[in-house]
Design a protein around this ligand. Structure first.
Ligand code: URA
Length: 294
């Protein structure tokens, strides 16, 4: 949730302002925004180092076509004094990501990447957790508040539930690798936009190529639609194995329900449990005994 500046802030005493802040916090407001919207992507288009033309900003469509962004409109852009311009050039992301020969290098390149505006508001990047040699990779939607503070995916309440789900089938973070569709927290925990996802997509694709998992599990609708490139209903597609090609890497993939959804709708845990059993069964059939198997 967001709050704009209170109208009579100048006349309020420090005590009143503190009380107001406390009230905001209790109401779930965790982000302050200005009175006027700023189109930071439009600003990036205007900056000397950014994209050459608007037609150039066609995002990569790999594999997330369902999230294929529409061109950014610059018609309403205020002459924004953005503190940091972003460089929304999808070709830059593609080049940076493809040039990474290891996960460490990919992480460093992503740290330097200025193309996605989410970075401006995030505390830090959330790259991955788990075992890079694992043959099972989980892909979530985006870091939340706890992940943003700790720099690791799935460490908040939904992460704790995810850990319990994994534990129930004999897995843990030493036997899986976990990443998200975007590595920075969207303000107020909103779903990342199609543009944000597509600007980060080349890094996720390369991450999958470098980890080379045999099994990919997409957690929730956003990750599922991003990875399969289709507008799929998570409730209809969950629990079904599909072949997936991510960049140069092929794997078996299954969508399942996002743990945050399960926290809101515990009645759906039965379905998630079936999915976990299916993952355990396939992992056994494939002879995947944990991190260092091949
Ligand atoms: N939800 C996600 O999708 N990813 C995280 O890392 C945390 C919560």
């Amino acid at each position: 949730m967001t709050a704009s500046k209170p109208p009579n802030q100048d006349q309020d005493s420090p005590e009143q302002l503190l009380a107001l802040l406390k009230w905001y916090r209790a109401a779930g407001v965790d982000l302050g925004v200005g009175d006027k919207p700023i189109d930071r992507f439009a600003h990036a288009h205007m900056s000397a180092t950014s994209v050459k033309s608007e037609s150039h900003s066609t995002p990569p469509s790999l594999p997330g076509q369902a999230f294929a962004p529409r061109p950014v409109s610059t018609s309403q852009s205020a002459p924004a004094p953005a503190p940091q311009a972003t460089n929304a050039d999808p070709e830059e992301a593609e080049k940076l990501a493809q040039g990474a020969g290891s996960l460490d290098e990919l992480r460093k390149r992503l740290e330097k990447y200025e193309g996605c505006g989410l970075k401006l508001r995030a505390t830090q990047m959330v790259f991955a957790d788990g075992n890079p040699q694992a043959k099972i990779m989980l892909i979530g939607e985006a870091p939340g508040r706890d992940e943003d503070l700790q720099g690791k995916p799935f460490v908040g309440r939904s992460g704790q539930l995810l850990d319990r789900m994994l534990y129930a089938i004999g897995l843990d973070r030493t036997s899986v690798y976990i990443a998200n569709t975007v590595p920075w927290r969207p303000p107020g925990n909103r779903t990342p936009s199609p543009l944000e996802i597509s600007l980060c997509m080349p890094f996720l694709v390369r991450q999958v190529e470098l980890v080379a998992p045999k099994i990919i599990v997409t957690l929730g609708a956003a990750a599922t639609q991003t990875m399969f490139g289709e507008k799929l209903s998570i409730l209809k597609t969950r629990g079904r194995w599909r072949d997936i090609k991510v960049g140069a890497h092929a794997a078996k993939a299954m969508p399942t329900l996002h743990p945050a959804f399960l926290l809101r709708q515990p009645v759906q845990k039965r379905q998630a449990w079936q999915d976990m059993l299916a993952i355990a069964t396939l992992a056994e059939e494939m002879g995947l005994s944990g991190g260092d198997s091949d």
